[in-house]
Design a binder for this molecule. Structure first.
Ligand SMILES: Nc1ncnc2c1ncn2[C@@H]1O[C@H](COP(=O)(O)OP(=O)(O)OP(=O)(O)O)[C@@H](O)[C@H]1O
Ligand SMILES: [Mg+2]
Length: 275
C-alpha cells in the first residue's frame, strides 16, 4: 500500500453563497480537523450540497474563505492579497479534495479499472502500470478485486458506488466529500457502502459526509453539524447533537428522519454510551 493518506485541515470562514437573489449559505464557519469525520445533516434545501460544492470550488463562494491546509481554495495568497486561480490551477487544487456523489457518475464506457486510473493518469500524469497497481489495491480495499474488467452496467448500485469511492481515493485526496452516498441505493445495498466509508474513517483521510443515515452518523462521526436555511444551527459530538439536541429545529428534523426510517428509529434509541 501507498503511505497512509494525510488528512487535511479544512477551515471555512464567513462563507456566503448566493444564486442571484437567493442566499443559500448565510455565514458558515466551520473548522474540520485533519483526519476527522464530520456528518452534515439538515432539511432539503438547507444548503448541504452547496456547502460541499464550495469546499472543492465546484461553486465559488460569494463571500468568505475556505482553505485546506492553509491553501485558500480557488485563490493564491500573495501577502494580504488574494488572486483568483486559473481554471487549470483550480483543477490541480481540486485533486486534493475528492467528491463522491449520490449518483455514482462512473464513465459508462470504461471498466472499473479504467474508471479508477483515468484521473491519476490524466490529472497527475501517473504512468499506466503504476496507476493500475494502485487501482487494484483500491478495488481490494472496497471489496471488488474480482470486478476490475467489468463495466458499470454490469455492477449493482452498491458496487458502482464502491468503484466511485475507489476512484475518488485514487487521487489520494486530503479531504473526501460525500453527498448522500447511499440515498440512491436499494436498502439492502446501503450497508456495504457504509462499511467502506467506515473503514476510510479510520484510515486518516478527512471525511465530510452529507447523509440521513442517523445510526451511521452516530457510529462514525466525530462531529455532527446541523444546517438549516444556510446556517449552522448546532454542531458537536453525536452524543450531543443527535441524542440531546439543544435546538428545537434540530429536534424536529431528527424526529422526521427517524419516523421516516423504521430501522433507524429503533437504533436511534441506543444510548451514546453503548457505542
Ligand atoms: N446552481 C444553482 N442555481 C440556483 N439555485 C441553486 C443552485 N444550486 C442550489 N440552488 C438552491 O440552493 C438551495 C440549497 O440547495 P442545496 O442543493 O445545497 O440543498 P441541500 O441541503 O443539499 O438539499 P437536499 O437535501 O434536497 O439535497 C436550494 O434552494 C436550491 O434550489
Ligand atoms: Mg443535497
Amino acid at each position: 500500500m501507498a503511505a497512509a493518506p494525510h488528512g487535511g485541515l479544512v477551515e471555512i470562514r464567513g462563507v456566503h453563497k448566493s444564486f442571484g437573489e437567493l442566499e443559500v449559505l448565510r455565514g458558515i464557519d466551520l473548522r474540520i480537523t485533519p483526519g476527522s469525520v464530520t456528518v452534515i445533516l439538515g432539511p432539503s434545501g438547507s444548503g448541504k450540497s452547496t456547502l460541499l460544492r464550495t469546499i472543492n470550488h465546484l461553486e465559488p463562494v460569494t463571500r468568505g474563505l475556505i482553505s485546506v491546509d492553509g491553501d485558500v481554495i480557488g485563490y493564491r495568497r500573495d501577502g494580504d492579497l488574494l488572486h483568483e486561480l486559473h481554471e487549470r490551477e483550480v483543477l490541480r487544487q481540486r485533486t486534493a479534495i475528492g467528491m463522491v456523489f449520490q449518483g455514482f457518475n462512473l464513465f459508462a464506457h470504461m471498466t472499473a479499472l479504467g474508471n479508477i486510473t483515468e484521473a491519476p493518469r490524466r490529472a497527475l500524469g501517473v504512468p499506466r502500470r503504476e496507476a493500475e497497481a494502485r487501482a487494484r489495491e483500491l478495488l481490494d480495499l472496497v471489496g471488488l478485486s474480482d470486478k476490475e474488467q467489468v463495466y458499470p452496467r454490469q455492477l449493482s448500485g452498491g458496487q458502482q458506488q464502491r468503484v466511485a469511492i475507489a476512484r475518488a481515493l485514487a487521487l489520494e485526496p486530503k479531504v473526501l466529500l460525500f453527498d448522500e452516498p447511499t440515498s440512491a441505493l436499494d436498502p439492502e445495498l446501503v450497508e456495504e457502502v457504509l462499511a467502506v466509508i467506515r473503514s476510510l474513517a479510520r484510515a486518516g483521510t478527512t471525511l465530510v459526509i452529507v447523509t440521513h443515515e442517523i445510526p451511521f452518523a452516530r457510529d462514525v462521526a466525530d462531529t455532527v453539524v446541523f444546517m438549516d436555511h444556510g446556517r449552522i444551527i448546532e454542531q458537536g459530538p453525536p452524543a450531543e447533537v443527535l441524542d440531546a439536541p439543544r435546538h428545537e429545529r434540530t429536534r424536529s428534523f431528527l424526529a422526521t428522519v427517524r419516523t421516516g426510517e423504521q430501522s433507524s428509529s429503533a437504533e436511534g434509541q441506543v444510548p451514546a454510551a453503548e457505542r
